[in-house]
Write a protein of this length. Structure first.
Length: 289
């Protein structure tokens, strides 16, 4: 009887030891799994950037592998208008956007109270004059109709370009980035301006042979398959150009490590030289060789 009792006690004791051992091992394995997961999560950071299709999206795609090497997973959201990228940034749906130049950014901040800052410029998209009727600006007839976008933020840039090419003269002392048709002081050819078309629809106006000439932003021209350096009859000069395309973030985010890495990569010689070689003058890098 004593032997049977002792055997039963030993069996129960052994079972308890096995159960405790399994529990400890399970806790250990779970702990190790958590440590592995936490470690894996800390290795890669996700950065969400909103961008226009061409060339912004394409440039960011080139930056993806370089950011990956820095432990940053770049997620790109494509926008086809000029309003949603800033709204999305304000609503924290994205961490940065890449589509606008400084005059537009300043106007958006003024109109909407956005708390945004630029962390740096990447490229310039020269605006072009396109015409199916005339091969050069000097062939434009008196009274020619010039089609511009209905975005007032673009007017100063477009009119400055026409002044640069000698077609008009703007009033002395006017802020050329904010100039409007009313600021034209001299118009020798008596050009007529039509400004009631959405920026993205300017290429359609050109294809449909509307007006005598159409002023089209570089990104929309390329998105429609046009080559600004070949298809335009005149192209905006990059010299002292305030319309550099910027990477923009919310105030306070400019010192985040992944944000710093983003602009560092976009301004790197590798990306800047890719812009120069890939777009062949239709898009101009702000840095590089």
């Amino acid at each position: 009887m004593k032997k049977v009792l002792l055997t039963m006690i030993f069996a129960v004791f052994a079972a308890v030891l096995v159960a405790c051992g399994s529990g400890d091992q399970g806790s250990k394995n779970e702990s190790q799994g958590n440590e592995t997961n936490n470690e894996g999560a800390s290795e890669t950071k996700t950065l969400k950037v909103g961008a226009s299709p061409v060339p912004h999206y394409e440039i960011l795609e080139q930056a993806k592998p370089l950011l990956k090497e820095k432990g940053i997973d770049l997620e790109i959201t494509e926008f086809t208008d000029y309003v949603l990228p800033n709204k999305s940034l304000e609503e924290k749906a994205i961490d940065a956007n890449f589509f606008q130049h400084e005059p537009y950014l300043k106007q958006q901040i003024k109109d909407n109270g956005y708390k945004f800052v630029s962390i740096g410029g990447v490229h310039i998209e020269p605006i072009g004059v396109y015409s199916k009727k005339y091969k050069s600006l000097d062939k434009l007839p008196d009274g020619a109709t010039i089609i511009m976008s209905n975005s007032v933020a673009d007017h100063g840039r477009m009119l400055s370009m026409l002044e640069e090419k000698g077609l008009i003269v703007l009033k002395e002392g006017v802020d050329k980035t904010a100039a409007t048709v009313e600021d034209i002081a001299e118009n020798p050819k008596k050009l007529e301006f039509k400004a009631d078309i959405e920026p993205a629809m300017l290429t359609k106006a050109y294809e449909n042979d509307e007006g005598d000439a159409v002023l089209i932003n570089g990104n929309f021209a390329m998105d429609a398959g046009l080559d600004p350096s070949k298809d335009s009859i005149a192209l905006e000069s990059p010299d002292n150009n305030p319309y550099v395309n910027l990477v923009v973030v919310r105030e306070g985010d400019e010192n985040r490590e992944e944000i710093k890495a983003l602009i560092e990569v976009l301004q790197s010689a590798e990306i800047q030289n890719w812009i120069k070689e890939n777009y062949k003058g239709a898009v101009l890098p702000v840095k590089g060789e």
